[in-house]
Design a protein around this ligand. Structure first.
Ligand code: PEP
Ligand code: MG
Length: 764
C-alpha cells in the first residue's frame, strides 16, 4: 500500500504541469482502486465553481466545460462539509445534481473526498462505480490518504499553472503567490534568483545569450569530471572488485556525447544556459528513475544526481556569469536567503525580497525590516527556478507577490508606493520631538542595530541609545571569526557613534536560524539546540576575545552595556559573569588602568528564565525581553516555519500576560526591564508594552518614528485602560481588534493600515 502511494505521489510530482498532474492522478487512482470512474474537480476561486479538470470514465469532452456551484451537487456537498461522502446510490441523495454532459447516469456509487491545503479547499477527488455498493472503509481511507498527500502537489501545480498561462500571455491573467509578510512595504522590479552553489535543484533557468560559449563550458566541465572518474578508477584498481568498478564505466558512458551531454546540449540550443539545461536534464532522469518499480534501478537515480552535481560544481567554477548583474530595483528571489548572504548584496539596488522558506520572525526578515526592504517569506508555491528576470511586485503588507503583473496592477501598486512616501515624509515631524505621551509620561525609545545603515538612520530619528546591538551581524560578513582588534574597531565605531548614549552589546548569538558561513551548526531541531550563550560558554576562546574587545572599545567612552542571550539557568549567568570578570582583569592588566565596569544584563527569551526571573534579575543590572524567541517558546511555534506562521502572534493572551508579569517581577527586585524584540516596534503591541511599564522599548530603526508618533499621540491613561481590558480577554483575534480600534479612535489608523488602498487579489 505504502509503495503504491509513494509511486502515485512521485508520478504526480514529476508531471510538467497542472493538467498532466491531474491526469496522472485520476488514472493512477482508478487503476489502484479498480473503479470505473475517477475524476478531479478543482475550485476556481474567481467563479466560485468546481470545474471538472480531469476524468477517466466520464466523457472526456466534459473536461473544463462542466462545473458545479460551490454548494451544488455532491461535489459541492463534499467541499462544504470538508469531509468524505460515501454513497451506494448517488442519485437518491437530496443534493445529487445530474450533469448530462458527463454521462455519469450509469454510475450508482459515489465516493468524494476533499483536497485540502492549509485549511483551504482546493477541490474534490471522486471515484464512481456502476455497482450499487458503499465503498468499504479501506477504500475510503486510501482515497483520503491519496488526497492529503497530493494536496501540496495540486496547490503547487495550480500556482505553476498560473505561470504557464502567463507565458501564454493570456490578457488579464496575473500570477499571484501567497506567503507571509516579512517586511512591510511594496517593491516593484526585476527578479534575480539567488541560489546556493552546488545545489542542483535551485539553479534557475536563464536565457542563454551565446550557446556556443555555454556548450564549450559544458564540454570543459564534463571533461574535467570524466578525468577525475578515470583517475578514481585507476586509484581503486587494487581495492575494488571489477564488478564494483563497473560503476565508473557506467558513469563515463553517461557522460559521453550520446548520453546526458547530448541532451544538455539540446537544451542549451533551445535557449537555456548550461547550468539550467543541466538541471532540467538531471531532473527528468531522476524523475523517470523514481517511478521505476525495480528498487535496484531506482537506486541509480542517486548516481545520476551525483554526476549532475559533479558537472555543476565544475560549471560553477568555470562559469563567469553566476553572479548576475544587479540593476536598480532588483527583487531578490530564492529558496532561502540567509542573513549572511543578504548582507553581502548591493543593498541600495534591492527593491524587494521573495523567498520560499522562513516566516516573519526569521532573522533574515528582521534584518530586511531594519533595512526597510519590502519582503515576503514562506512563499511555498513560488516556482523559484522559473522567475529569473521576471517582473515582480512584492507586497510586504499582505505577504503576496505578483509575477509579470498587468499594467493596471502595477499602476495600483505605484500609487501605494507614492502614498507610502508621503506617509513617511509626514513622520519626519516626529524626528526632533521627545517621546512623551500627551499626558506627560516619558517613554524611552532605543534602537536595535547591527548593520552600518542603522547607525546613521537611528541618530537622526532620535533614538536614546542602542537597546540591542546584534554583534553576530558583523561576524556574518566575514570569512572567519574577526580578530580581537577587528572587533574592537567595529565596537568602537558603534560606541562612539552613540556616545554618550548607552549601547547595549549582545554577545555572539548564533545557532537557531543565525548561521555563520564559517561555523555552520547543523542540528535536527536548531531552535532547541546549541545557540546563544550555550555556544559561547562552550567556546570561551571565542567569548573571551569578544568580551575583551568590547571592554577595550569602551575605554574613555564608558557607554557600554553587555547583554547575554538565550539564558535558561542561573548557572549560565554565573559562568558568563565569571568569564566577564576574568576579561575585565585581563584588560586592566594589559592596559595598566582600572576599567569602569559596564552594566550587565540578560535576555529573557526562554520560559525557564521568565519563571525564575526574580532570582536571575538580582544577579545582573537589567533584563531585556527577547520577545521574538520568547513567543516561539511560549507558543511552541517555530519562528521560521511558514506552516505555523499564523499561530505565532504577539497578541496571544499568554504572551501579553507573560510580558506584564515580567515587568512586575523585575521591578519588584528594583531592576530595569527593556524589550528588544519586534513587539516593541509594532504600534499596537508597543502601546500595550508602554502601558505595562517597560522602561525601554528598543526597535529597528525603520520603526522608530512610527512608535514615536504613537507615544506622542496616545495618552498613557488611555493605553492603561486598554491594557486592563486586554489582559482579561482570552482570544488573540479579539485583542488585536480591540487594539486596532483604539489606535483608529485616537486618529492613528495610518499606523495600523499603511496600505490605504485595497488591491484586488488577481486570479490564478
Ligand atoms: C529576540 O529574540 O527577541 C531578539 C531580540 O533576538 P533575535 O531576534 O536576534 O533572536
Ligand atoms: Mg533572540
Amino acid at each position: 500500500m505504502l509503495e503504491l502511494l509513494r509511486r502515485i505521489v512521485q508520478e504526480v510530482n514529476s508531471a510538467p504541469n497542472l493538467q498532466s498532474s491531474l491526469d496522472i492522478m485520476v488514472s493512477s487512482v482508478r487503476a489502484a482502486m479498480g473503479t470505473e470512474v475517477s475524476s478531479v474537480y478543482l475550485l476556481d476561486e474567481k467563479t466560485s465553481r468546481y470545474v471538472l479538470m480531469a476524468t477517466e470514465g466520464l466523457n472526456a469532452e466534459a473536461i473544463g466545460n462542466v462545473s458545479l456551484g460551490i454548494t451544488e451537487g455532491l461535489v459541492g456537498q463534499v467541499g462544504l462539509r470538508e469531509e468524505p461522502l460515501n454513497l451506494d446510490d448517488a442519485s437518491a441523495h437530496p443534493k445529487f445534481h445530474y450533469l448530462p454532459e458527463t454521462g455519469e447516469e450509469r454510475y450508482n456509487s459515489f465516493l468524494g473526498v476533499p483536497i485540502m491545503h492549509r485549511r483551504k479547499i482546493l477541490g474534490v477527488l471522486v471515484v464512481q462505480q456502476q455497482e450499487k455498493r458503499r465503498f468499504d472503509e479501506s477504500e475510503e481511507a486510501f482515497l483520503v490518504t491519496v488526497s492529503a498527500q497530493l494536496s501540496g502537489v495540486v496547490a503547487h501545480a495550480k500556482a505553476i499553472g498560473a505561470l504557464d498561462s502567463l507565458r501564454g500571455n493570456k490578457p488579464g491573467m496575473v500570477g499571484v503567490f501567497n506567503g507571509v509578510p516579512g517586511s512591510p512595504g511594496v517593491g516593484i522590479g526585476k527578479a534575480v534568483v539567488i541560489y546556493p552553489l552546488a545545489h542542483l535543484d535551485s539553479v534557475p533557468d536563464r536565457l542563454c545569450e551565446n550557446p556556443d560559449t555555454e556548450i564549450a563550458l559544458l564540454k570543459e566541465a564534463v571533461m574535467t569530471v570524466r578525468q577525475s572518474i578515470v583517475e578514481l578508477d585507476r586509484k581503486m584498481a587494487n581495492t575494488l572488485m571489477p564488478e564494483e568498478r563497473a560503476l565508473f564505466e557506467v558513469y563515463l558512458r553517461m557522460l559521453d556525447d550520446h548520453g546526458l551531454v547530448g541532451e544538455i546540449i539540446d537544451r542549451i540550443i533551445a535557449g537555456n544556459w548550461a547550468q539550467g539545461a543541466l538541471r532540467e536534464v538531471i531532473e527528468e532522469h531522476v524523475q523517470s528513475f523514481q517511478t521505476m518499480e525495480d528498487a535496484y534501478l531506482r537506486e541509480r537515480m542517486a548516481d545520476v544526481r551525483d554526476l549532475g552535481l559533479r558537472v555543476l560544481s565544475q560549471l560553477q567554477k568555470k562559469n563567469a556569469v553566476t553572479q548576475p548583474e544587479y540593476r536598480e530595483n532588483t527583487i531578490l528571489v530564492g529558496e532561502d536567503i540567509p542573513t549572511s548572504l543578504l548582507v553581502e548584496q548591493p543593498l541600495d539596488k534591492i527593491a524587494g525580497i521573495a523567498i520560499v522558506q522562513g516566516s516573519s520572525n526569521a532573522h533574515m526578515a528582521i534584518v530586511a525590516r531594519a533595512l526597510g526592504i519590502p519582503t515576503v517569506v514562506g512563499l511555498a508555491e513560488m516556482p523559484v527556478t522559473s522567475l529569473d528576470e521576471a517582473q515582480l511586485i512584492v507586497d510586504g503588507y499582505q505577504g503576496r507577490i505578483y509575477v509579470n503583473p498587468s499594467a493596471n496592477m502595477t499602476a495600483k501598486y505605484n500609487d501605494i508606493i507614492r502614498d507610502e512616501k508621503q506617509f513617511v515624509a509626514g513622520l519626519d515631524a516626529y524626528k526632533d520631538k521627545a517621546a512623551l505621551t500627551p499626558d506627560g509620561f516619558p517613554v524611552q525609545i532605543m534602537v536595535n542595530t547591527g548593520l552600518m545603515v542603522d547607525v546613521a538612520r537611528s541618530k537622526d530619528r532620535g533614538a536614546e541609545g542602542v537597546g540591542l546591538y546584534r554583534s553576530e551581524i558583523p561576524f556574518m560578513m566575514r570569512e572567519r571569526f574577526p580578530s580581537e582588534e577587528e572587533q574592537r574597531a567595529i565596537y568602537r565605531f558603534q560606541l562612539e557613534s552613540f556616545s554618550p548614549r548607552p549601547v547595549t552589546m549582545r554577545t555572539l548569538d548564533i545557532g537557531g536560524d543565525k548561521d555563520l558561513p564559517y561555523f555552520p551548526i547543523e542540528e535536527e531541531n536548531p531552535a532547541l539546540g546549541w545557540r546563544g550563550i550555550r555556544v559561547t560558554l562552550d567556546h570561551p576562546e571565542i567569548f573571551m576575545v569578544q568580551l575583551r574587545a568590547m571592554l577595550k572599545a569602551s575605554v574613555g567612552l564608558e557607554n557600554l552595556r553587555i547583554l547575554f542571550p538565550m539564558i535558561s539557568s542561573v548557572v549560565e549567568i554565573e559562568e558568563a559573569l565569571h568569564l566577564m570578570h576574568r576579561a575585565i582583569m585581563e584588560v586592566e592588566e594589559e592596559l595598566q588602568q582600572p576599567l569602569i565596569k559596564p552594566l550587565v544584563g540578560i535576555m529573557l527569551e526562554v520560559p525557564a528564565a521568565v519563571i525564575q526571573v526574580a532570582d536571575m534579575a538580582q544577579l545582573v543590572d537589567f533584563v531585556s525581553v527577547g520577545s521574538n524567541d520568547l513567543i516561539q517558546y511560549i507558543l511552541a511555534v517555530d519562528r521560521n516555519n511558514p506552516r505555523v506562521a499564523d499561530i505565532y502572534s504577539a497578541y496571544h493572551p499568554s504572551v501579553l500576560r507573560t510580558m506584564s508579569r515580567i515587568v512586575r517581577e523585575v521591578h519588584a527586585v528594583n531592576r530595569k526591564v527593556s524589550i528588544c524584540g519586534e513587539m516593541a516596534g509594532d504600534p499596537g503591541t508597543a502601546m500595550l508594552l508602554m502601558a505595562m511599564g517597560f522602561d525601554t522599548l528598543s526597535m529597528s530603526s525603520s520603526n522608530l518614528l512610527r512608535i514615536k508618533k504613537m507615544v506622542c499621540e496616545m495618552p498613557m491613561h488611555r493605553a492603561k485602560a486598554l491594557l486592563d481590558r486586554v489582559l482579561m480577554v482570552d482570544s488573540t483575534a479579539v485583542i488585536r481588534s480591540l487594539v486596532e480600534y483604539e489606535l483608529e479612535e485616537a486618529g492613528l489608523a495610518s499606523l495600523v493600515r499603511p496600505l490605504s488602498k485595497a488591491v484586488g487579489h488577481g486570479t490564478i
